[in-house]
Ligand binder design. Structure first.
Ligand SMILES: Cc1ncc(COP(=O)(O)O)c(C=O)c1O
Length: 403
């Protein structure tokens, strides 16, 4: 087995020379993790409120995940979708039971799952032959980087340079019911939205807006597609965010934590859509392989057996309370948003310097939308970890006031 021991400087230099410069990385090279902590290549420890951007819900090196990966890797990693294996159907059955929906397609990432969901909407509308190919999406949304998903992403900074994108996408304001009804017509094949916008800064759709979206989709025989790639699979304290609003979509899209860090995404659709696509009309080489599916089954089993959704609800409520205390105390902190382990602190100052200062003190936070601190911690996070993070944030906000 080859060994790649390198210093931080060597790692950075190699990346600088050979990678396309698409990422603005922090000065940190992670070498391993355990529970809610990661360790850099020099052995320094960091408390993690980022969770691999919502992927590492079970933290790092969870013993059950390590065991199942080892065992399955020694059996079979990949089969291709020409053949069946023991885990794809079983995982699909589990996702259907959890969501109340009925048919699953597995992809390798969130953006690909969104692509599949758009294709399903087009196929269900007979490929837009009767002109039914329009899409309604939300301003401030984020659905991914491939062309279809990017076409639904309502943020100019991601779209610039890549236009023209998919035609016929109409963007409306989040929670703007009037605009929703105005945008809808029989030529719309789907409404696509995140019940909680993640990258957009943890901004929730109101239950009333989701209900109105359901009604508008039904009235115009369009699909209601929820992107729960970031907010789904336990992060709000429910398996799906839509379950808290009581509005059921026709399709829900998941990815991020589903296979505990292995690449896997999925869209889950209602039964009446099963006939919309036939063999050969959609597919993927890697999606739904035996290793990823078996790990995903383990992820879902661990969530249940370790009562992690209870923890997300309880510690999430504590985190929210503590963030609100910061808002009450510091002028630079203006609003706490979100629930469970998908939360944000809106600032009046740029968030990135705070993230860098926190990193230097051994805590990982994430910033989005310039002035938002975003928290997507592993579901194992405890109140004592929240206390450590909030102590540091108090210090940083106090110092920010003095600058
Ligand atoms: C809500 C949402 N949709 C889609 C995506 C894209 O997922 P991926 O990066 O796996 O393609 C993301 C990623 O952050 C997301 O948060």
């Amino acid at each position: 087995m080859q060994n790649y021991k390198m210093s931080f400087q060597e790692i950075v230099e190699l990346e600088r020379q050979f990678l396309l410069p698409t990422y603005s990385r922090y000065p940190l090279a992670i070498s391993r993790g355990k529970g809610v902590f990661v360790y850099d290549v020099e052995g320094r420890r960091y408390l993690d409120f980022v969770g691999g951007l919502g992927v590492n819900a079970l933290g790092y090196a969870h013993p059950r995940i390590v065991k199942v990966i080892r065992e399955q890797a020694a059996r079979v990693i990949h089969t291709s979708n020409l053949y069946c294996h023991e885990y794809q159907g079983r995982l699909a059955q589990k996702l259907c039971a959890l969501s109340g929906l009925h048919r699953v397609f597995f992809s390798n990432s969130g953006t690909e799952a969104i692509e599949g969901a758009i294709k399903l909407a087009r196929a269900a509308a007979q490929g837009g032959e009767a002109g039914k190919c329009g899409l309604v999406a939300l301003e401030g949304s984020f659905h991914g980087r491939t062309f279809g998903a990017l076409s639904l992403t309502g943020q100019a900074k991601y779209r610039a340079k890549f236009e023209p994108l998919l035609p016929g996408v109409n963007f409306i304001g989040r929670n703007d019911v009037e605009a929703l009804h105005k945008a809808m017509s029989d030529s719309v094949c789907a409404i696509v939205l995140e019940p909680i916008q993640g990258e957009g800064g943890i901004r929730e759709c109101s239950p009333e807006f989701l209900r109105q979206a359901r009604e508008a989709a039904d009235r115009h025989q369009a699909l209601l597609i929820f992107d729960e790639i970031q907010c789904g699979l336990g992060r709000t304290g429910s398996m799906f965010a839509f379950q808290q609003a009581g509005v059921v979509p026709d399709v829900v899209v998941v990815a991020k934590p589903i296979a505990a860090g292995l690449p896997l995404g999925a869209f889950i659709a209602k039964e009446s859509l099963a006939a919309a696509m036939s063999a050969g009309q959609h597919g993927t080489t890697f999606g739904g392989g035996p290793l990823a599916c078996r790990v995903a089954l383990e992820y879902l089993a661990v969530l249940e057996e370790e009562g992690l959704l209870d923890n997300v609800r309880q510690v999430g409520a504590y985190l929210n309370q503590e963030l609100n205390t910061l808002v009450a105390k510091f002028a630079a902190a203006t609003e706490a948003r979100g629930r469970g382990f998908i939360q944000a602190l809106e600032l009046e100052i740029p968030a990135r310097p705070l993230v860098e200062e926190a990193m230097a003190e051994g805590v990982l936070f994430n910033s989005t939308q310039e002035t938002v601190l975003r928290f997507l911690p592993p579901f194992l996070l405890q109140e004592k970890h929240v206390d450590r993070g909030m102590r540091l944030l108090r210090k940083l906000l106090r110092n920010a006031r003095k600058k």
